[in-house]
Design a protein around this ligand. Structure first.
Ligand SMILES: [Cu+2]
Length: 299
């Protein structure tokens, strides 16, 4: 093989981007494309400089005009040398290093932001995972003795608490807290039906409930029913309740029960649960008003 044909082969080899360059270009293009596909301001901010910084380099590489290679592709009077690095000037090398360093840094940032955002969204979507099949479905009797079902509260949000009037601590504390939340909601409280469903229908007749709810928010509605009706309601909300013997207190028993507030949307679908001990009333009120506000924006 002649020296000339070797030169031609070498020249054509280095006029194309190397395998390593192609891999890097493909990788960055994939990151930029992924970021652009999941478009929002953050990925846009990250992807734009990435694409802008890479595009000229990628184009020059593809066209064989990369500054780092140009020296070795010179005209005939500058013969090709076997080691192309000897033809890269310090300036070209600095440009190339700066280009790749910037691109890699931006790519890493975009990837980190993308992962962080995905985790955030993931967390937000799965907070209440496993309780999505809770539905507001009941046929009960209110504290005026009127038969009611979930349909009577359709079109309003429902804030539901299960308890019993003989409860020594959790129920009065939670209902007073619910009172605070409703006060803090201001006019938005009108969008909500606050319901107190007894887990002790044996003692909590409509009359007993009427006296009891009068201690709390004026909108609070007490609900009772037969054992069967209460059982169906607690099943629909997956509420734990258990009648336990109690030496102190009237009638020799108490009812252990879960102390969650259920926030149900206007369609009776599950929205969120809250515990009195987990956040101040103002925070729970904010979480509810944010939902009502979002609803206003989307309608
Ligand atoms: Cu209680």
């Amino acid at each position: 093989m002649t020296q000339t044909s070797n030169d031609i082969r070498a020249a054509s080899a280095i006029s194309r981007p190397s395998r390593r360059q192609m891999l890097m270009i493909t990788g960055f293009a994939a990151i930029g494309g992924g970021a652009a596909f999941n478009w929002d301001w953050l990925t846009a901010v990250g992807a734009a400089p990435l694409i802008l910084s890479l595009a000229p380099c990628a184009a020059m590489c593809a066209l064989g005009l990369c500054p780092s290679l140009r020296g070795s592709m010179g005209p005939a009077e500058h013969p090709v040398e076997s080691n192309i690095m000897t033809r890269i000037t310090p300036t070209h090398r600095r440009i190339r290093i700066a280009l790749w360093t910037g691109a890699i840094a931006i790519a890493v940032l975009v990837a980190v932001f993308a992962v962080l955002r995905r985790d955030q969204n993931h967390a937000a979507q799965t907070v209440y995972h496993g309780e999505a099949n809770i539905r507001s479905e009941f046929s009960l009797v209110d504290h005026h003795g009127q038969a009611v079902t979930q349909e009577d509260f359709a079109g309003r949000w429902q804030l539901i608490f299960f308890g019993f009037t003989h409860c020594p601590d959790i129920c009065p504390t939670s209902l007073a807290y619910m009172d605070n939340v409703l006060e803090l909601l201001g006019p938005d409280a009108d969008q909500i039906a606050p319901l107190f469903v007894t887990v002790d229908p044996e003692r909590d007749t409509p009359e007993v409930l009427k006296d009891y709810v009068a201690n709390f928010h004026p909108q609070l509605i007490g609900l009772t029913g037969s054992q069967d009706q209460i059982a169906k309601a607690t099943d629909a909300f997956k509420v734990y309740r258990e009648k336990l013997p109690a030496k102190t207190g009237p009638h020799g028993y108490m009812v252990a029960h879960a102390g969650h507030f259920y926030l149900m949307n206007r369609d009776g679908g599950f929205e969120a649960v809250f515990l009195e001990s987990e956040q101040p009333a103002v925070e729970m009120a904010e979480q509810i008003s944010t939902r009502i506000e979002n609803e206003r924006k989307t309608h």
